[in-house]
Structures are given as structure tokens and as C-alpha cells.
Design a protein around this ligand. Structure first.
Ligand SMILES: Cc1cc2nc3c(=O)[nH]c(=O)nc-3n(C[C@H](O)[C@H](O)[C@H](O)COP(=O)(O)OP(=O)(O)OC[C@H]3O[C@@H](n4cnc5c(N)ncnc54)[C@H](O)[C@@H]3O)c2cc1C
Length: 533
């Protein structure tokens, strides 16, 4: 069913990524009038915007997909870790399969939305100046969708080209035979660098923070494995919600103390052979015990030493300032080997910081690097970037940025007090970026369908989170996250209040499986923690 055009809707869905496509599909399915808006030209979300060379998912495609039996049967991934063009085609296929494309207005940004207490509706303003009234607002705007604005003095004077990996243009910049520089060596930079090096005349990598990088061991998918997966199609959702990450990544073998040295070495080798995020789950106590974390970290450091020919560069690339797993593990295809090429140079910005961008390149404290193209892989405004840019105001006109100024947190990660009828799929307080984001979005959309159906059946027009339950949920997250090494080290999952040093760990760290159980219990009985009117 295509969206009725007009200004009054039951549901406004913002963002046409994984979550937005699914929300449109399911809420249209239950007979609601749904409008979707997406700032980009097409569906895809992250996989539309991040078209940089090498962009690729780091969870297996067999799990990083909708858990819909029909889609399972008709879509065949070609690789273990599909690349951006294939992910974009998949999301396009899902949008067509569910006929949601007509519900979306593309190249259309939500610029503001305010809660109308008298009418129990949201009044939204689009960048075109049009206004839309809607009973429910679903912000499937992503946790990593808005790039951090570049903050390098002199960038405006640069006469070459500069691009961000997070907003890679189509067509992209010419890479062949050029002098290219890239700033940033986390997940996106690690994926792009081998590709840039192969095309460039000279590539200079400006490294701020070295990251732990695990091998993808990407390969074409074995047809037998696909066939075996498809025969279990109807049971896969049950498997996903039984796993702490919503995937099939091997679970920890147990605490490190249960293994002698030879057993530990064998375990580490097996995890390295599996690759990717398996290195973050070798021992059950590696995320809480620094000494155990060091065992895994040192194993990975040795891999860097044995791969990078220059001993000095290897030492520069070894992470030491934070424990393994406290920043998202980067997953590579030939990253460290790239630094053995003659046309690649590493600049550690800890030793030789950037002073400014000039007309012709990058001025370091010691030396100038001439460039034709500068690539910025400098990260995102996590969790709140898209929400704050959408200027949401709740009860009494309170802006969301003010409501969350001491740290973003929603009840079950889905609804926050003072913002009735506003849903935040994969929001702060849910497993979010700690689990498979397809699974997280699907699960939240099904909870929204449940809530809305319950409201319709009971004549309710307003739902909000109970303040008491939101506070309890926040306390529960605090209790679960404090023992984690991840809590103590600054990373994009932790909101830090600079005045008193207090911290809010934003994603629910208790595991996707446990989270789903909690939701089933709270929704199933009596929609515990939600207030209806
Ligand atoms: C480079 C990269 C790699 C990643 N790899 C993985 C991975 O391997 N595994 C994993 O689980 N997760 C990964 N993620 C996390 C990723 O965010 C999710 O997997 C997934 O794409 C989130 O889908 P989403 O629908 O929630 O949001 P998004 O895909 O972020 O989509 C949000 C959409 O909302 C739109 N939007 C935002 N604000 C507005 C507005 N005001 N008006 C209109 N439109 C708006 C944006 O344009 C965007 O298209 C990765 C993220 C990035 C950036």
C-alpha cells in the first residue's frame, strides 16, 4: 500500500535504513497511514552514505539481514562479509519486496518536531517548510548516521579535494595515481586504506589512535552453508534472540583461569582463525579483568609485529592506551600488510601532530605533506547526532538535547519520559551497537507494533515511559556497565559529564538475549513501565 499523501498520518518514520524500511513495512501492515522521510536519495541508511572503497559489514551477512523466511529463501549473499554495494542492493530489494519505497519521500529531512499535548500528536516540520501531523513518531535515524564535522584549521583553504568516508560521493573522487592522505584509522579507515594504497601514487596515513584490527578472513560463501542456513529459515530468529550479540559469533570459552598456557594459546589461535569479533569473546573475563584482557591484547600485538616489516611502524601501530574491546574492534582485509608497500607512509599524530591544512596539503609540526586528495575517516556523532539535529521538543517544549544533557537514556532504550508517542529504535538503553543492528531494529519495531495495537484496542492515544521505571532502568544499566573496562575508558558508547566526571554507558551491556527476555516479560504481562491515556 502506498502512503496516502496529505498532512495527517498515524505514523511518521524518519530514516530509510534497516530500521526505517522495517518500520514502514510492519506499521503499514497493521493498517496504519505511514509516511517515511529520508534525507538521502534512496533507501540504505549507513549503506547508502558509506560508499567508500572497501566499505563492508563486519558481521556475517547470513546473520546481518532481516530474519524473514521469504527474504532468506530468495536472497543469496555472495561473500561471508558482504560489501557496501551488495548491502545496498539487499536493502533496496527488501524495500521493493515489502513495497515500502512509495511510502518514503527521499531528499527530505525532518528539521523539527514538537509534541502537541492537547491533540496527543507530533507536529513535524520538513526542510521543505511543509508540516506534517502524526500520532506516532519513529526515529529510525541510526546511531552512527551523522558524521562528526571536520575540525581541522585551514581545511577551507585546501585547493585539492577532500571527502569524508561517511558521506562518500557518487561518483567518488578519482584515486588513480594521486597523492592521497587519510586521517583516521578506526573501522572505516582500516577498510579504506588497502584500497586507497592500491590506487594511489602515494598514500599517507595520519594515525591518531591505533586500533586493534582482526582479520575478516572474508571468502565467497559456500553454497552448502547457504543451503543449510535456508533450511533453518523458520528457526533463525529463535537462534538470534538466544545469542548475546544476535549473531553466531562464538561465545567465551570460560574464564582465563580455567585454561593452562597451552590451552590458552590454542584458543587464541582458533579465534584468530575464525576472525573478526571472535577476538573480543575469547575469555568470559576479558572485558572486566585487565590482566586477562592483556593476554588477548598481547596476542594481537604480536600479530602486528610479525606482519608489519618496519619494526618502528609496528610499534607505532600497537594500541597501548586502552584495553582491547573498549573501542569497536576494526576488521581488516590486508590492513597491516598495506604498510609494507613502498607507496605507503605512516605518520603518527601522537609524535607529529597536524598543525593545519594548507592550500596544498597537511602541515605537521615537523614537515609538510603535499596532497591531491584528503580523506577524512574521523567518525560520527554517536547516538544523539541525528536526534539533536532533528530538533525534537517534548512536553512543555523541552528540547531533547536538554532532556538528555546529563546523558542519553530511554526506558528499555525505546521511549523516554517527556517524549510521548516517540519511539527510538536501537536507542540508548537498548543493546544497540553491541548487537546485530538488524535484529535490534526488528525487535524494537515488533515492540512498537505491539504497543500501538494495544493502544488501539483500548482507545488510548498517548503512551509514555514511567519516570520511575526509566530511572530504575538507568540504574540497572549503570550496575551492569560499571565492572566493564569499557566503562572506564572514553569511547563512543560512554557519555561523560565533564563537570563532575560522571559517566553514562549508553548501550545495554547485559546481552541481546537477556534484553529480549526482559522485554518479553514487561510487554507480555501488562506493558509494565508504560503509561497510557
Ligand atoms: C561504516 C559503518 C559500518 C557499520 N558496520 C556494521 C556492522 O558490521 N555490523 C553492525 O551490526 N552494525 C554496523 N554498523 C552500525 C550501523 O549503523 C547499523 O548496522 C545499521 O546501518 C543501522 O541501521 P539504522 O536503520 O538503524 O540506521 P542508519 O542506517 O544509520 O539509517 C538512518 C537514516 O536516517 C537518515 N536520517 C537521519 N536524520 C534524518 C532526518 N532528520 N531526516 C531525514 N532522514 C534522516 C539518514 O540519512 C540515514 O539514511 C556500521 C555503521 C557504519 C557507519
Amino acid at each position: 500500500m502506498s502512503a496516502a499523501r496529505g498532512t495527517d498520518y498515524d505514523v511518521l518514520v524518519v530514516g530509510a535504513g534497516i530500521g526505517g524500511i522495517y518500520a514502514c513495512h510492519r506499521l503499514t501492515d497493521i493498517g496504519l497511514r505511514v509516511l517515511g522521510v529520508e534525507g538521502a536519495d534512496d533507501v540504505g541508511g549507513v549503506w547508502f552514505h558509506n560508499r567508500y572503497p572497501g566499505a563492508r559489514v563486519d558481521l556475517e551477512g547470513l546473520w546481518y539481514c532481516y530474519h524473514d523466511a521469504d527474504l532468506y529463501r530468495e536472497w543469496q549473499w555472495t561473500e561471508r562479509y558482504p560489501a557496501q554495494p551488495e548491502l545496498q542492493r539487499y536493502l533496496s530489494h527488501a524495500a521493493d519486496r515489502w513495497k515500502v519505497r512509495d511510502s518514503f519521500r527521499f531528499q527530505t529531512w525532518l528539521r523539527a518536531a514538537s509534541w502537541d499535548e492537547a491533540g496527543h500528536r507530533w507536529l513535524a516540520t520538513l526542510h521543505t517548510g511543509e508540516t506534517v501531523s502524526t500520532r506516532f513518531l519513529i526515529m529510525t535515524t541510526g546511531q552512527l548516521s551523522i558524521a562528526r564535522p571536520p575540525a581541522f584549521p585551514g581545511l577551507e583553504e585546501f585547493q585539492g579535494e577532500w571527502v569524508q568516508t561517511a558521506n562518500w560521493p557518487d561518483p567518488g573522487p578519482d584515486l588513480d595515481g594521486r597523492k592521497i592522505g587519510i586521517i583516521g584509522t578506526s573501522a572505516s579507515g582500516v577498510q579504506a586504506i588497502p584500497h586507497l594504497a592500491r590506487a594511489a601514487d602515494q598514500l599517507t596515513v595520519f594515525q591518531r589512535t591505533p586500533h586493534y584490527v582482526a582479520p575478516a578472513h572474508n571468502r565467497p560463501l559456500d553454497p552448502d552453508r547457504i543451503a543449510q542456513h535456508v533450511t533453518r529459515a523458520d528457526r533463525l530468529w529463535a537462534e538470534v534472540i538466544a545469542h548475546p550479540g544476535g549473531t553466531d559469533i562464538p561465545l567465551p570459552a570460560g574464564p582465563a583461569a580455567d585454561f593452562d598456557e597451552a590451552q590458552r594459546a590454542a584458543l587464541l589461535d582458533a579465534r584468530w582463525a575464525y576472525g573478526a569479533h571472535a577476538m573480543t569473546t575469547v575469555f568470559s573475563d576479558q572485558s572486566t579483568d585487565q590482566a586477562v584482557n592483556d593476554i588477548v591484547a598481547e596476542y594481537m600485538r604480536d600479530k602486528i609485529r610479525s606482519t608489519v616489516n618496519s619494526a618502528a611502524d609496528a610499534e607505532r601501530m600497537i594500541p597501548r592506551a586502552y584495553p582491547l574491546g573498549t573501542h569497536r574492534m576494526a576488521v581488516d582485509i590486508g590492513y597491516y600488510e598495506t604498510f609494507n608497500r613502498d607507496n605507503v607512509e605512516l605518520v603518527s599524530l601522537l609524535e607529529n601532530p597536524i598543525e593545519r591544512i594548507t592550500r596544498t596539503g597537511v602541515q605537521l609540526r615537523d614537515g609538510h605533506v603535499e596532497l591531491d586528495l584528503l580523506v577524512l575517516a574521523t567518525g560520527f556523532q554517536p547516538f544523539v547526532g541525528a536526534l539533536y539535529q532533528s530538533h525534537l521538543s517534548g512536553v512543555g517544549g523541552v528540547p531533547m538535547a536538554e532532556h538528555w544533557q546529563r546523558g542519553p537514556m530511554a526506558y528499555l532504550g525505546l521511549l523516554t519520559t517527556q517524549f510521548p508517542n516517540l519511539f527510538l529504535p536501537t536507542g540508548p538503553g537498548s543493546p544497540s551497537v553491541l548487537a546485530n543492528m538488524f535484529a535490534g531494529n526488528e525487535h524494537h519495531v515488533e515492540l512498537i507494533v505491539d504497543l500501538v495495537t494495544h493502544m488501539q484496542a483500548n482507545g488510548h492515544t498517548k503512551v509514555e515511559a514511567s519516570a520511575t521505571e526509566e530511572d530504575r532502568w538507568k540504574a540497572e544499566l549503570d550496575r551492569l556497565s560499571r565492572p566493564l573496562l569499557r566503562y572506564e575508558f572514553d569511547n563512543y558508547m560512554v557519555h561523560v559529564n565533564r563537570d563532575d566526571g560522571s559517566r553514562v554507558f549508553m548501550p545495554y551491556p547485559g546481552g541481546f538475549n537477556r534484553y529480549v527476555e526482559i522485554c518479553e516479560h514487561r510487554f507480555g504481562a501488562d506493558h509494565f513501565g508504560f503509561e497510557f491515556s
